[in-house]
Design a protein around this ligand. Structure first.
Ligand SMILES: NC(=O)c1ccc[n+]([C@@H]2O[C@H](COP(=O)([O-])OP(=O)(O)OC[C@H]3O[C@@H](n4cnc5c(N)ncnc54)[C@H](O)[C@@H]3O)[C@@H](O)[C@H]2O)c1
Length: 258
């Protein structure tokens, strides 16, 4: 198996893309530490995966240097090391630019961007000490490139992830640590059902801009994470890969099936 003997930390792993990444890495042989604020859900997810899975429960809105170190230390305590970090936890809030709440802007940047920065530092220090490289994957979005007037906090956080990834990549490759990002299009998860996919009109708008003429599935993002974490991606450094059904390349609209 591709990730046999490796240990992965995945944030936001109670559901959605984080859970799909945890399931895929686990299926590919990795031991996985699932990090999430939803206690019951993340415990159930780890229990479902079995003995090579554990969870760390906490709120990344409160992320500090010591909390990030604690997550890495808990993973080393459970499984002996850290080879892979998937910094995936994220939130979104939609509001007109002029009405966007200041507190929400701060919260989004803390969870979506700062937690990836601090956990990236902690995981990288651990990987450097271990001495045999590693892989860090940050969850970006097509919103790192595209501008939605209703999601300034989210778009800024994902644009930040794109450059965080690039800076980490050039800083860490000397240690054999490859840092990349994934920038999904619209994937069927609760985050979207609560936001950009909340109404039929929104669904049609998104599909009209998606050449694949369907939404993505979480496993179609998890497979990219597994690839990026593997030796098959050994020369991919500092890139954002966009599993988006063709969304970013389209300069038109496509017909939407009923
Ligand atoms: N679903 C999509 O279409 C899509 C597209 C592009 C990028 N993304 C990104 O993928 C990531 C996952 O999104 P998703 O669609 O799976 O969302 P989701 O809402 O289904 O899952 C997010 C997970 O993160 C956890 N989380 C949120 N805030 C947290 C906090 N403060 N502390 C700890 N855990 C916290 C939640 O409990 C949840 O388990 C996010 O970074 C999101 O921006 C999603």
């Amino acid at each position: 198996m591709k990730h046999e003997g490796k240990v992965a930390v995945i944030t936001g792993a109670a559901q959605g893309l984080g859970l799909a990444c945890a399931e895929r890495l686990h299926a590919d042989g990795a031991k996985v530490m699932l990090v999430d604020v939803q206690e019951e859900k993340v415990k159930a997810a780890a229990a479902q995966l079995g003995e090579n899975a554990a969870c760390w429960i906490g709120d990344l809105l409160q992320i500090t240097r010591s909390m990030a170190d604690e997550i890495v230390a808990a993973t080393v305590g459970a499984f002996g090391k850290v080879d892979i970090l998937v910094a995936n936890a994220g939130i979104i809030h939609l509001a007109e630019f002029v009405d966007f709440p200041e507190q929400m802007f701060d919260d989004i940047l803390t969870i979506n961007l700062k937690s990836a920065f601090l956990l990236g530092q902690s995981a990288a220090k651990q990987m450097i000490a271990q001495g045999h490289g590693g892989s860090i994957i940050n969850m970006s979005s097509i919103n790192a490139i595209l501008a939605n007037p209703h999601s300034v906090g989210y778009a800024v956080s994902k644009g930040g992830i794109k450059q965080l990834t690039a800076v980490m990549a050039v800083g860490l490759i000397q240690h054999g640590i490859r840092v990349n990002a994934i920038g999904p299009g619209t994937i069927m998860t609760e985050l979207n059902l609560r936001s950009v996919m909340a109404t039929e009109e929104q669904r049609r708008t998104i599909l009209s801009r998606t050449p694949a003429r369907r939404l993505g599935e979480p496993h179609e993002v998890a497979s990219v994470a597994s690839f990026l974490a593997s030796d098959d991606a050994s020369y991919i450094v500092g890139q954002t890969i966009y599993p988006d059904g063709g969304r970013l390349i389209l300069n038109y609209t496509v017909p939407v099936e009923e």
